[in-house]
Design a protein around this ligand. Structure first.
Ligand code: MG
Length: 388
């Protein structure tokens, strides 16, 4: 007999949140949903509450709290709102696992709260580690919290490192699909459309991360995420373009042996592992069949085509509040691109300018959580000025 684990999902209406619910449905005896939180997708959230019957629900947009309450009238569920609502759900005494799957820096406070509450955190919100890795990682031991990566690359590295001594590790190699523009000439990037950028060749994901994949800023965020998760110096984190996205990442050992984790382009596997770890479970989900004709290709990153990767390395190496600043600038620039307000190449242009301003105007080498949140707000304002 085992005790049923209770799960709180922050970001339940997004791509990762919806797939987490699909995973939970495969194991009705093992997992139940205790709390659901979404940003603003009220209708889907209401549907999810009716289906999964959590005890708590929160909506990030405080203007929608009353509507949510009315929509759920008669149901036995507590309704909360705003960042405070997310923080409360992240710290519920009855939650065993917190799935942190909100998009962007809005995940920082609830994820940190879950750490302080000593939870197992299934982390899909990479922006939290990018901005606040220096605070989150040392806190894990202090509060006896556990962080299991859900990002497919980091789940792969986590699996390749399982049971290994870190001194045997030479390099971490993150794979990247290269997105829809991997074979473009840099000059042609200027005039690509929103629809072009949203056409990811392999993965079906939310809008923000799909644009981040097209610029490869996503891989930049993942470099910084890997640095914190695996305590690895930036010099030993490498990126290779692997168009098929079958190898989710690799670890090279000191003797030259390279470990890889392979799978379909399906986030349900890393999500499930974060819930069942250290155990494994069979499911009815489609699985990779390697007994077939298949080619796996690799190519280095062209820095002229993808300047975001080198920019992220620089920001990571300088550290302090700089990764938080460029992350916030990117969130603003991506939103503006999706609204058709700026050209594709301007996204990283804005990130690069905020990088420079931040070093001159408001850089902090050892920021605390409040300073990181302040830098996030500062960078958003700076990006807003550049965008207008
Ligand atoms: Mg990823």
């Amino acid at each position: 007999m085992f005790l049923q684990k209770k799960i709180a999902i922050l970001g339940s209406t997004g791509s990762i949140g919806k797939q987490t619910l699909e995973v939970i449905q495969q194991f009705p005896d093992e997992f139940s949903v205790v709390a659901l939180a979404a940003g603003s997708q009220l209708e889907l959230l209401v549907e999810q509450v009716k289906q999964f019957k959590p005890k708590y629900v929160a909506i990030g947009d405080v203007n929608l709290v009353d509507t949510l309450r009315t929509s759920l009238a008669g149901l036995d569920v507590a309704v909360l709102g705003g960042t405070q609502g997310l923080v409360e759900l992240a710290t519920l005494p009855e939650a065993d696992i917190v799935v942190s799957a909100v998009v962007g820096a809005v995940g920082i406070e609830p994820t940190m709260a879950a750490v302080r509450a000593g939870k197992r955190i299934a982390l899909a919100n990479k922006e939290t580690l990018v901005a606040a890795g220096s605070i989150i990682m040392p806190s894990l031991e202090k509060y006896q919290a556990e962080l299991i990566p859900v990002d497919s690359e980091h789940s792969a590295i986590f699996q390749c490192l399982e049971g290994r001594n870190t001194r045997d590790v030479a390099r971490i190699i993150l794979t990247a699909s290269g997105g829809p523009f991997r074979n473009y000439q840099p000059e042609l990037l200027e005039n690509v459309s929103v629809a072009d950028a949203l056409k990811h060749p392999n993965w079906n994901m939310g809008g923000k991360i799909t644009i981040d994949s097209a610029t490869m800023f996503n891989k930049g965020l993942e470099i910084i995420e890997a640095h914190w998760l695996f305590d690895m110096p930036y010099e030993r984190i490498k990126v290779v373009i692997h168009p098929e996205s079958i190898i989710h990442s690799m670890v090279e050992l000191t003797d030259g042996s390279v470990m890889a984790q392979l799978g379909l382009c399906d986030m349900k596997l890393p999500i499930q592992l974060a819930l069942t770890y250290p155990e494994r479970r069979g499911t009815t989900f489609p699985k990779l069949d390697v007994i077939q004709q298949m080619q796996l290709r690799f190519q280095p990153v062209d820095d002229r085509l993808f300047p975001a990767v080198e920019l992220a390395y620089q920001a990571g190496k300088i550290g302090g509040s700089l990764p938080a600043a460029i992350n916030a600038a990117n969130e603003m620039a991506v939103a503006a691109f999706l609204q058709g307000r700026i050209k594709f190449t301007r996204i990283i242009g804005i990130v690069s300018e905020v990088f420079g301003y931040h070093q001159k105007e408001s850089f902090s080498k050892t920021p605390d959580l409040q300073e990181i949140l302040a830098v996030d707000a500062w960078a958003r304002e700076r990006a807003r000025e550049l965008l207008s």
